[in-house]
Write a protein of this length. Structure first.
Ligand code: PGA
Length: 240
């Protein structure tokens, strides 16, 4: 296999400033040691954002940001805070922000347009909850189409992540067949690279990345230990 794969680590509300620094150093050294040449995205918590000097292509992004340069948005960060550290990547539409924090599709679409206008790389997440999956493929397709409402699916700096809500942080990974079917549906809607996310770990990443139409993985829990992340990177490298 020669296709490039994109891996991204989502720390969520894990790691401190100090432990993120140690993680980046270990990741960078590990990537160097194995000769890993593709980019790796890393989304630490906002308090750990920084300019990291790395020898390898580690791109630090924000898990969330408000569509503003600065202003009165208590608890949020805007462009000014991201620019301080040269952050050019943002994760939008994550299911935890949609479902736990109550972000609506129209608000997410606003953010998307705003950060697109500022030329950010956007990793945009979509995915259905269990009750929709249980209704079958057509219900899933309709649900995913709604999550593209207001989104420029041809934006050249877009990376998509399909993350079924029922597979996130639950240990329940979607089967390769289900990922293949759903990725094929999504690929009819956008040509952007398409990652899979939801309980990806060292034990299943090779099978997941071998799925036709899977261009990489967005990893939560299994990315938090650097050894685990490096084990996944080495499998990507081994697949080439
Ligand atoms: P998980 O999270 O790997 O812990 O399932 C994935 C994600 O939410 O991006």
């Amino acid at each position: 296999m020669t296709m490039r794969k994109i891996l991204a680590a989502n720390f969520k509300t894990n790691h401190t400033r100090a432990s993120t620094r140690a993680y980046v150093k270990a990741l960078d050294e590990g990537m160097g040691a194995m000769g890993y040449e593709e980019e790796v995205y890393l989304f630490p918590p906002a308090t750990a954002l920084d300019r990291f000097e790395t020898a390898n292509d580690i791109r630090v992004g924000a898990q969330n940001a408000y569509p503003t340069v600065k202003g009165s948005f208590t608890g949020e960060i805007g462009l000014e805070q991201l620019e301080e550290f040269g952050i050019e990547t943002v994760l939008l539409g994550h299911s935890e922000r949609r479902h736990l924090l109550g972000e609506s599709q129209s608000f997410i679409a606003n953010k998307f347009a705003w950060f697109k206008e500022r030329d950010f790389r956007i990793i945009y997440c979509i995915g259905e909850p269990l009750e929709v999956r249980e209704e079958g493929d057509e219900a899933v397709r309709r649900y995913l189409v709604e999550q593209f409402e207001g989104i420029d699916t041809s934006y050249e700096k877009l990376i998509l992540a399909y993350e079924p809500v029922w597979a996130i942080g639950t240990g329940k990974t979607a089967t390769p067949e289900l990922i293949e079917t759903t990725h094929a549906q999504i690929k009819q809607l956008s040509d952007a690279p398409l990652l899979y996310g939801g309980s990806v770990k060292p034990a299943n990443i090779a099978d997941i990345l071998a799925v036709p139409g899977c261009d990489g993985a967005l990893i939560g829990t299994a990315s938090w230990e650097v050894e685990s992340m490096l084990s996944m990177l080495s499998q990507v490298k081994g697949q080439k």
